[in-house]
Design a protein around this ligand. Sequence first.
Ligand code: SAM
Length: 199
Amino acid sequence: MAMKTNLAGIIKLYDGIYSEKKPFFSLNYHWDTKRFSSLVKRGSTVLDAGCGIGKASQLLEREGYKVIGIDVNRKAIQRARRGYPDIEFQICGLSDLSRFKNSTFDAIFCRRVLGDLYRIGKFEKALAELARVLKKGGLIYTRTYIVIRTDFTFEDRKFTVKYFQKEFGKHFKILESKTQYSIRRDFWGKQLKLVGKKL
Ligand SMILES: C[S@@+](CC[C@H](N)C(=O)[O-])C[C@H]1O[C@@H](n2cnc3c(N)ncnc32)[C@H](O)[C@@H]1O
C-alpha cells in the first residue's frame, strides 16, 4: 500500500530513528563516498543533501571537500554538529533551498533521501532546487530507494526507476544509472544509483 505523508510525518519518523544510539542505516557509506570521490575534484564545494547525522559529510570532508550538510531533522543536525564540529550543518529542507544562491555548489551528494521527498509530494520541486544550486557542469550523485516494503517506508507503483530517470533527466545528463536489489530481514526493495551532470 502506498503511504503518503507530510513533512511533519517524515520528521517524526526520523526523530524516532535518531533517538536510537546507532541509527540503523549508518552503513556502507564508503561505497558511495569513494565512488563520488573518484568523480569529483578535491577542494570542490559539496552539498550533502539530507545528511542525517553527518557521517558521509565527514568522510567527504576527509577526502578533501568543503562540505555543507543539510537536513530537515533537528535531532540529526544536532548530532551531526556534535559529532563533527568542524563541518557546517544547517537545518534545511530540500524542497526550499532559497537560502542558497543559484550555482553555489560544485557537486551534490544525496544518499537515500529523494524517496522521502516523493512521499511528501515535493520530489520534482527538490530536483529543481538541487539543479538550481548546482553549478553548470557540476556532478550530482544520488542513491534512492525506489520500491520497498517495510515497516518504516512505502511502496508506490508510480515511483519507478523510469519515472525517477525521466524527472532526473529534465535537469541532469545521466552519466551512471544502476539498480540493485536490497533484501534484508526487515525489508525488501530496489535502490537506484543515479549520477548526473547539470546541463
Ligand atoms: C535514510 S536517511 C539518510 C541519511 C544520510 N543521507 C545517509 O545516507 O545516512 C534520510 C534523511 O533524509 C532527511 N530528509 C527527509 N526528508 C527531507 C527533506 N524534505 N529535506 C531535507 N532532509 C530530508 C531525513 O531527515 C533523514 O535524515
